[in-house]
Design a protein around this ligand. Structure first.
Ligand SMILES: *[C@@H]1O[C@H](CO)[C@@H](O)[C@H](O)[C@H]1NC(C)=O
Ligand SMILES: *[C@@H]1O[C@H](CO)[C@@H](O)[C@H](O)[C@H]1NC(C)=O
Length: 493
């Protein structure tokens, strides 16, 4: 404790000088440095849009930065030639391997980065080494791999001549630090050493610190949390911290991190928000109005360049909204809201008007849907034996909107059953046998949606098509050749 205080005292004057220098440097070019709004593109879904439709969606909305949770081939291939800046990820379960040898990290870089970094390729700018590897609930199982993985990957990047273009980062959960007031922020004591190593590396490499901040989760997990403090509209519960006053949870959390970095001697390290957002379903405070209020408030706040009390005029370097699309196959361990974080629904339709700085969101174009058909409970059948079917259907498909606080909570028992049947039927791509349920299901052409509660129609699986398209590309070449021969033949006649 006292050692920490000495550290602060020792580092503060030099940190201040450096910060003044940096502020002077930044002010000179401030008008050219603007935070960018990117998105997280997760793919844990039963109804995946084809990656090229998603990339078109990014383009039509002028979203210039995207963060992936792995190095999905289909996503990266679709991103080639788009110019969109990409963060790829080494998933936590690969950290042990990548940290074990440079041969393993060489292979990871070769397979997941180098091959895309060609002319007309993908613009990979960052590699996320793990995803929230220091999360308390992981019980430390990943954290010892992080620095060795970084050391190996950095060597591999250098070998591939990519060390200048691609930067290693580690997205951290906000539970890596704690404090009752922002000025007292410090990393969790057991993380002090590893954070010192990490931040020293990031600093020497010119990489930002990446943090995920979720005021929604603070509100969800804490009944005393003042609702209006989660948003950006002003609050009756502002937090006074010495000379500074905080009017929203985001700024308070951000400055807690700034203080924690400052205690390690890196108070000026650039910060990127790796995930931030608000879900629209599956919990009391999860709805489109709240999500719109939060996300628009956040974007306006960041784009205003106002910054925070500890970093006035210096907003986060970039923010990545979580998420781009709903992912209705995610684990619901955190809560029913977990599958509903998208600013777009699973099929690329904007859930609410949101302006990321380029006008309101535009929907995905040319989405291919299954036919307009739904599966519901047969109104003439006795449904007393249906519970096992419902259970199975909701294990395979998503029924979380039925739960308390969800958009379909309150549609009645029969409504519940129909909803479960339909979710399953759509995941099964409307295979007619998937609406049998021992004769209790019935296919209908009348949309059974009720008010807020939407009964979905799935999209046709085109990820598979994309995989085959390597072959198809050659094939379409020969089709063109054929047409050419045919036309020439016609002309000759
Ligand atoms: C490359 O990334 C993919 C997707 O994240 C992963 O499955 C694969 O194992 C990685 N390659 C290597 C050599 O680790
Ligand atoms: C419908 O399902 C939800 C979620 O399982 C449950 O909370 C609700 O009580 C059900 N409604 C009826 C009328 O059974």
């Amino acid at each position: 404790m006292s050692k920490d205080i000495i550290n602060i005292i020792m580092t503060t004057p030099s940190a201040t000088v450096i910060s003044l220098l940096i502020m002077v440097m930044f002010n000179g070019s401030a008008q050219f440095v603007e935070s960018a709004i990117g998105v997280n593109w997760g793919t844990v879904s039963n109804h995946r849009l084809s990656p090229s439709t998603v990339v078109d969606l990014l383009k039509v909305n002028k979203i210039q930065k995207v963060k992936l949770f792995d190095a999905d081939q289909d996503c990266l291939r679709a991103l080639m030639g788009s110019g969109i800046e990409v963060m790829v990820g080494v998933s936590n379960d690969l950290l042990a391997t990548v940290s074990s040898s440079t041969a393993a990290s060489d292979l990871w870089v070769a397979q997941n980065v180098s091959r895309y970094m060609v002319k007309g390729g993908a613009n990979i700018k960052y590699i996320a080494v793990g995803n929230e590897p220091f999360l308390s609930s992981y019980g430390g199982q990943f954290q010892s791999y992080v620095m060795p993985a970084i050391t190996n990957l950095q060597q591999s990047l250098a070998k591939a001549n990519l060390a200048g273009a691609v930067k290693l980062v580690v997205p951290c959960n906000a539970d890596a630090y704690e404090a009752s007031l922002p000025s007292q922020g410090a990393f969790r004591p057991e993380l002090t050493q590893i954070m010192t190593d990490l931040v020293t590396f990031l600093n020497s490499n010119g990489s930002p610190f990446i943090v995920n901040i979720y005021p929604f989760l603070s509100l969800y997990g804490n009944s005393d949390f003042p609702q209006d403090y989660a948003f950006f509209e002003g609050t009756t519960h502002s937090v006074t911290d010495g000379p500074n006053v905080y009017y929203n949870a985001f700024d308070g959390n951000y400055d807690t991190l700034v203080s924690a970095l400052n205690k390690l001697g890196f108070g000026q390290m650039p910060i990127v928000i790796g995930e931030v957002g608000w879900p629209t379903d599956g919990a009391i405070n999860a709805n489109v109005n709240a999500a719109r209020l939060f996300n628009q408030g956040l974007v306006n706040h960041v784009l205003s360049n106002k910054g925070t009390p500890l970093r006035p005029g210096q907003p986060p370097m970039d923010i990545y909204l979580f998420g781009l699309l709903d992912e209705e196959a995610k684990s619901v361990l955190p809560g029913s809201f977990e599958r509903h974080w998208g600013i777009f629904s699973f099929d690329g339709q904007a859930k609410y008007p949101l302006n990321l700085g380029n006008g309101l969101l535009r929907n995905a174009e040319n989405v291919e849907y299954l036919p307009s058909r739904w599966c519901v409970a047969d109104p003439f059948k006795d449904l007393s034996g249906v519970q096992e079917h419902v259970k199975l259907a909701c294990t395979v498909a998503d029924c979380t909107t039925l739960n308390y606080g969800g958009s379909c909570n309150g549609i009645g028992e029969r409504g519940n059953i129909s909803y479960a049947f339909n979710s399953y039927y759509q995941v099964q791509k409307q295979n007619s046998r998937s609406c049998e349920f021992d004769g209790l299901g019935m296919i209908t052409f009348v949309n059974p949606s009720m008010g807020q509660c939407k009964f979905l129609v799935g999209v046709t699986e085109r990820v598979v098509t994309k995989r085959i398209s390597q072959g198809l590309r050659l094939h379409s070449g020969s089709v063109i050749l054929w047409l050419l021969v045919f036309c020439l033949g016609v002309l000759n006649l």
